[in-house]
Design a protein around this ligand. Structure first.
Ligand code: CA
Length: 229
């Protein structure tokens, strides 16, 4: 697997490169944003490790132009300690995951392997429209605002994000989200959906949770998905 690392701190870049090579990855380094973009244009990489604060062109700009060009290369962002706003902004622009410096090398490798086999079911950051769910930190963010969730609301939202754009029946939610905790004959699912709606959809104009009368729910931002039912 071929990785591009865009990082201006020489020591950090060298450390990551040597470590990843020892794990069997091939790693190119670019020391500023412009050099990084040139390499991305000329070669095909499987993965990008991107420092956010870079000379010439910063990491945010790079993510923006890659995603603007419809590149789907997995991007892992590196950022300084406690830069929560940077992390949120990076993810909103289209980064897939992040690590806060300093990080344990084993964690970097684990994240890269997970990104490399990424699909809807293994992704760490689940997204739909402007909503994101970090499945490691159990953190939901919509349009830049963090949304506090209870454990049950989190489970419900994660289930929806793993089954977007099509009908999810009430029965499915009872079995998959509640499991043997489910008390038949109650309307607990609808009650929780209402809680989640208030947190996720209110006051946004684009609603994500839609009811299909008598059947269940669809989690989508595309009105056409609702016409099928
Ligand atoms: Ca830097």
């Amino acid at each position: 697997m071929k990785i591009l690392l865009i990082e201006d701190e020489e020591k950090v870049a060298g450390f990551i490169q040597r470590g990843l090579q020892a794990e069997g990855f091939s790693v190119d380094i670019a020391s500023d944003g412009e050099k990084g973009e040139r390499k991305l244009r000329r070669q095909t990489y499987d993965l990008l490790i991107l420092d956010l604060l870079l000379p010439k062109k910063d990491g945010f700009e790079i993510i923006k132009s890659l995603r603007g060009d419809k590149s789907s290369i997995p991007i892992l962002v590196l950022t300084a300690r406690s830069a929560t706003e940077d992390i949120v902004r990076g993810l909103e622009l289209g980064a897939d995951d992040y690590l806060v410096k300093p990080f344990a090398f084993s964690e970097l490798v684990a994240r890269l392997r997970s990104l490399a086999r990424r699909d809807k079911t293994s992704s760490i950051i689940l997204k739909l429209a402007d909503l994101q769910l970090d499945t490691v930190r159990h953190q939901a963010v919509r349009n830049g605002s963090k949304i506090p969730l209870t454990r049950r609301e989190y489970n419900l939202l994660e289930y929806f994000l793993r089954h977007p754009y099509s009908l999810v029946t009430r029965r499915q939610l009872e079995e998959e989200v509640w499991g043997y905790d489910y008390d038949p004959g109650t309307n607990i699912v609808d009650v929780y959906i209402n809680h989640l709606r208030k947190k996720i959809d209110h006051p946004h104009s684009i609603k994500l949770i839609h009811s299909v009368r008598g059947r269940g729910y669809i989690f989508t931002d595309r009105p056409d998905d609702l016409k099928k039912y």
